[in-house]
Design a protein around this ligand. Structure first.
Ligand code: T1G
Length: 687
């Protein structure tokens, strides 16, 4: 990333315009140009004040993240900040758009800050495996006190103008044009300097600091950068400013070189790459002004809320009044809970609910630009619905399916608008899960795909493009690693061993606890559907079927892989399940053996890597990083590990290939080995 700084004059005020599209990241070029510009201000006595402002629609959105995996070119940001502090001319930071991380630290090293109402400020560093490295942990507590600084830095929360002003992060609001207002504001600072480093940290009661610390560690899952940030913020009250700055920088430099920071950077860029695909340049997406959702069950209601949250009116249809009423009741109770938690105002909740129109007949969808079907996962029923929709929605309307594994080409083929059929695979709960698999069928047109991606952006979803295949990207990999987890049950492990190992590895929840939460019947129905075509030579684990045949369908039946006391979310290990598993091993003549947690985790992740290699070879996923984005955002793969492929690229190659060979051997007939060696080469080249 290159960039520069334009020095412009407005009478006795210099305006330093930082220009590095698209987000004015403070790259090495920008820093060099800034240092020169500050030199100009310092040496020109006709300049009595200076304003820092960003070109385009944002201030500096942070340091250049691309610089962090290697030695940072000089001059580094602290040098720029020292030049501002040591220059007798007052510096005013004029903020609009985003002032994040190093961008906000640059602003805090100025004497005052003026901002537009749309501004967001904050510190994303902890979410990138680091801590602020240019004074953030020292400046912020001097304005907010230590407890608030711990909360803001560890949560990476983006702070709006109103709160920013209330907390003293922003000194003035620019109601008019920012530049002109900032220049006028700067004239009020002529002859004054106010380096924040000279301000004392306001005292805070120890219990408030302890409370903020405990909350931050809990929310941050005790990640190393969280504890480091908490410690650094407290130096603001215990050490001289310059000493604390130097210590903060040392910790920042160490953390940025960690594998965890590299993993989180990988995901930062991977999430931005995922919605990109060739062949869409110059293709204008269709404007979706009105949406429709068919099926008012959990998924349908959640999807309707996504549209309402994005400000798009939506019609929620189900075949009978009771079903629609249940859907609307679920929607109302979700918003009530959100209001109760203080995350939304009552009026905002009311306006979102008002955007959702319940209906019992499909004809209500005749004016929709996009209709998403979220009905029962059955090919026949879905085909009937699509034929009916095709006959009654507007000719330009797009038909989308929320199927999580059915063949979209077959669904599209029953309509007269296969080019306007696309998959929008939401994840449960749809209104909160960011991930969205956008499935491109063979006939899906470029315009339909562009429109689906535009809708994903408006719904603030993380779109990943997939091609048609059983289970697309996420469910395909999930099915493969679930199969290995079931094989490990036969070979000697128990559900609680596997779940504990994967949760310690960092998964939000182990596969058996997840299965109990979502219900065992869906997968059981799918196994029964596939039974007719399953190759009898293939290794097949009957244990899940045995569990279901006993009516153990998960939490909703009080028992599944675990047993649940009423109202309890966490299940207890059940001797009946253990006995059933041991019996299954005996029936197959398998001598059970012990598994270490590491063996369990590596077998699971190597399975994912293998399935990923197959997916990429089949063209179902476009790039390896897309698979990391799906597993991290949809299947609880630990973010700090970067995803299964990032993990694999940081393992010993020979070990991974040997583990794959072993996996093929224990899985037996029917196991498909992907070109993992080729994939590891590709990942190496990209690293
Ligand atoms: N460095 C490098 N590239 C960046 C970048 C950054 N900081 N921020 C964005 N980009 C690229 C991004 O990859 C994409 O590229 C394009 O800009 C548009 O981004 C010392 C250590 C500002 C809210 O973490 O949160 O400072 O895909 O699609 O939706 O203490 O970008 O087009 O090729 O996200 O309008 C702290 C990260 C760094 C801010 C705009 N700063 N950026 O959102 O655009 S650490 C951040 C954002 C630091 C100091 C430390 C968002 C945004 P491409 P986009 P957007």
């Amino acid at each position: 990333m290159s960039g520069t700084v334009h020095v412009e004059r407005d009478g006795n005020v210099a305006v330093l315009v930082i220009d590095n599209p698209p987000v004015n990241a403070s790259s090495a070029d920008v820093r060099r140009a800034l240092l020169d510009a500050i030199g100009t201000v310092q040496s020109d006595f006709t300049i009595e004040a200076a304003v820092l402002i960003g070109a385009g629609n944002t201030f500096v959105a942070g340091s250049d993240i691309k610089e962090f995996g290697k030695p940072i070119p000089e001059p580094q940001l602290p040098v720029i900040q020292a030049a501002i502090r040591d220059c007798p001319t007052p510096f005013i930071a004029a903020l609009h758009g985003a002032a994040l991380g190093g961008g906000f630290e640059l602003a805090l090293s100025c004497d005052a800050r003026i901002a537009t109402p749309d501004v967001i400020v904050g510190f994303p560093e902890v979410s990138l495996g680091m801590i602020p490295g240019a004074g953030g942990t020292q400046y912020l507590p001097r304005l907010t006190g230590i407890p608030a600084a711990i909360e803001m830095i560890c949560s990476c929360r983006r702070i709006g103008a109103k709160e920013g002003k209330e907390r003293g992060l922003i000194d003035a609001m620019a109601d008019g044009e920012l530049r002109a207002t900032a220049v006028a504001f700067a004239r009020g600072w002529i002859g004054r300097k106010r380096p924040l480093g000279r301000i004392d940290v306001p005292p805070s009661p120890a219990d408030a600091i302890d409370k903020a610390t405990a909350a931050a560690l809990r929310a941050g899952r005790n990640r190393p950068q969280v504890s480091a940030a908490i410690e650094a913020v407290q130096w603001a009250a215990s050490l001289p400013f310059d000493d604390a700055l130097a210590k903060e920088r040392t910790v920042f430099q160490a953390l940025r070189m960690s594998t965890e920071a590299a993993a989180l950077r990988h995901l930062f860029f991977a999430e931005r790459q995922a919605p990109k695909t060739s062949g869409l340049d110059g293709i204008a997406p269709a404007r979706i002004a009105r949406a429709g959702v068919v099926g008012a069950g959990t998924m349908g209601a959640g999807i309707a809320m996504c549209f309402a949250d994005a400000g798009i009116p939506v019609i929620l249809v189900d075949q009978d009044e009771a079903a629609v009423d249940r859907g609307m009741a679920a929607i109302r109770s979700f918003y009530e809970r959100t209001v109760k938690s203080g995350r939304m105002s009552e009026s905002e909740a009311a306006s979102r609910i008002a955007r959702i129109t319940p209906a019992e007949n499909l004809e209500a969808l005749s004016s929709a630009d996009l209709v998403v079907e979220a009905i029962f996962e059955d090919m026949g029923i879905k085909k009937d619905l699509l034929v009916r929709l095709d006959g009654l929605v507007a000719p330009h309307a797009i038909l989308a399916s929320n199927t999580s594994y059915l063949n979209l080409d077959a669904l599209a083929a029953v309509t007269g608008r296969a080019d306007k059929v696309v998959g929008l695979h939401f994840f449960n709960p749809a209104q909160t899960m960011r991930l969205l698999e956008v499935v491109r069928a063979q006939a899906t047109s470029a315009e339909t795909l562009a429109s689906a991606l535009d809708v994903a952006k408006r719904l603030r979803k993380l779109a990943v493009i997939a091609r048609v295949g059983e289970g697309f990207i996420g469910n395909r990999i999930y099915a493969a690693y679930r199969r290995q987890c079931e094989f490990m049950l036969e070979e000697g492990a128990f559900p609680e061993d596997i779940d504990a190992a994967l949760e310690n590895f960092g998964f939000a929840m182990g596969p058996f606890a997840v299965a109990d939460m979502s219900g065992l019947d869906t997968a059981w129905r799918m196994r029964k559907r596939l039974a007719a075509t399953r190759d009898s030579h293939e290794r097949y684990c009957e244990i899940p079927d045995r569990i279901c045949e006993q009516g153990r369908l998960g939490r909703k039946t009080g028992a599944g892989w675990y047993s649940y006391r009423s109202g309890e979310r966490k299940g207890a290990s059940d001797p009946a399940v253990r006995a059933l598993i041991e019996e299954a091993s005996a029936l197959k003549g398998i001598v059970r053996r012990a598994f270490t947690a590491e063996q369990i985790c590596r077998r699971v992740v190597v399975t994912m890597v293998n399935e990923a290699a197959l997916l990429l070879a089949e063209g179902i996923a476009a790039r390896p990083s897309d698979i990391d984005v799906v597993l991290v955002n949809g299947y609880g793969f630990p973010k700090h590990e970067g995803g299964p492929l990032f993990w694999a690229s940081h393992q010993d190659r020979a070990t991974v290939l040997a583990e794959l060979e072993n996996l093929a051997a224990v899985s037996g007939y029917g196991f498909r080995t992907g070109d993992v060696a080729g994939l590891l080469d590709r990942l190496q080249d990209q690293a």
